[in-house]
Write a protein that binds this ligand. Structure first.
Ligand code: ATP
Length: 251
C-alpha cells in the first residue's frame, strides 16, 4: 500500500496543556492531504511533530529511514530583509544541518537548482533579491528550496495565507504537478481554499477528524469549527460539499 509515514495515538503537550490528543494519521504515496483547523488548534504543532522537531509524550511515528521530508514554513514568517537572491535561497536547500567549513556548492547542486527553478517556473526572477518578491513569488521560491533534497513527502504550513486568488491557484497548480511524484501534506485555517484543491481533508482541533475522499462532513466541521453552516455558506467548494450531502440524502 506504499505507506510512507504512520502516526499512531500521538499526544503532544506544551507544559500541562494538551495540544494534540491521540492523533493517528497514515500518509501513502501520492496522498495530497489538507489539514484544516482554526487558529491555535495545533496544526503547526502537528507538522513539527511529523518533522521530529517536537517529541510526543505518547504514541509512535513510523517512517522508513530512506523516506525524506521537505518542509515549507509559513512564508509570512520569512525574513525578507536578508540580502540574498532567489537562486541562492533555492540552492541553500541542498545544505544539510551540519556546518561544513569552506563549504562550496558542487556542479550537481548548481544544475539541480537550475532544474528546480525551471520546474517551479521562477526563471524570470532567479536573480532578484528576495526583498523584491511578491508573496506568491516568495512562496514558489520556498517550495523550490524544499525540493532540493528530493523529498518523498512535501509538508507546507499555510502555503497560500494572504495570497490573492490567482497566486493561490498558481501555487496549487505547482503542488498538483509535484503530487504526481510526492505525497503532500499542508495545513490551513482556510477551509474554503484548500477543499477545492486537495484529495483528502482532515480537521484538527486537538483531535484529528479524518475521512478519505475530500469529503467534509457536517460532523467534522462541527467538531472543529462549532458552526458548520456559517463556514459552509461562504465559499464555492463547501457548497459542493453541502450539495453532495443533499444528493446522498435523496438516494
Ligand atoms: N513553543 C510553545 N510553547 C507553548 N505553547 C505553544 C508553543 N507553540 C505553540 N503553542 C500553543 O499551542 C497551541 C497550538 O499552536 P499551533 O501553532 O500548533 O497552532 P496552529 O493551529 O498552527 O495555529 P495558527 O493557525 O494560528 O498558525 C496554541 O495555543 C499555541 O499558543
Amino acid at each position: 500500500m506504499d505507506i510512507l509515514l504512520e502516526l499512531k495515538n500521538i499526544t503532544v503537550k506544551y507544559s500541562d496543556k494538551i495540544i494534540l490528543d491521540d492523533v493517528s494519521l497514515t500518509i501513502k504515496k501520492h496522498d495530497f492531504l489538507g489539514i484544516i483547523g482554526q487558529n491555535g488548534t495545533g496544526k503547526t504543532t502537528l507538522l513539527k511533530t511529523i518533522l521530529g522537531l517536537i517529541k510526543p509524550i505518547s504514541g509512535t511515528i513510523k517512517k522508513e529511514s530512506k523516506i525524506k521530508l521537505g518542509y515549507v514554513p509559513q512564508f509570512s514568517n520569512f525574513d525578507k530583509n536578508f540580502p540574498i537572491s532567489v537562486n541562492e535561497v533555492v540552492k541553500m536547500g541542498s545544505i544539510s544541518n551540519k556546518i561544513i567549513p569552506f563549504f562550496k556548492f558542487s556542479d550537481s547542486d548548481n544544475k539541480k537548482t537550475e532544474d528546480i527553478i525551471k520546474l517551479i517556473g521562477i526563471e524570470d526572477i532567479k536573480d532578484n533579491n528576495i526583498n523584491e518578491l511578491s508573496g506568491g513569488q516568495l512562496q514558489k521560491t520556498l517550495i523550490a528550496r524544499a525540493l532540493m533534497t528530493n523529498p518523498d513527502i512535501l509538508i507546507l504550513d499555510e502555503p497560500t495565507a494572504s495570497l490573492d486568488s490567482t497566486s493561490t491557484k498558481d501555487i496549487y497548480e505547482i503542488l498538483h504537478k509535484l503530487n504526481k511524484e510526492k505525497a503532500i501534506i499542508l495545513v490551513s485555517h482556510d477551509v474554503n481554499v484548500i477543499s477545492s484543491y486537495v484529495k483528502d481533508i482532515a480537521c484538527l482541533n486537538k483531535k484529528l477528524y479524518y475521512h478519505d475522499e475530500n469529503k467534509l462532513t457536517t460532523n467534522m466541521l462541527n467538531e472543529v469549527y462549532g458552526c458548520p453552516i456559517d463556514v459552509i455558506s461562504h465559499g464555492p467548494v463547501p457548497h459542493r460539499v453541502l450539495s453532495i450531502h443533499k444528493e446522498e440524502k435523496n438516494d
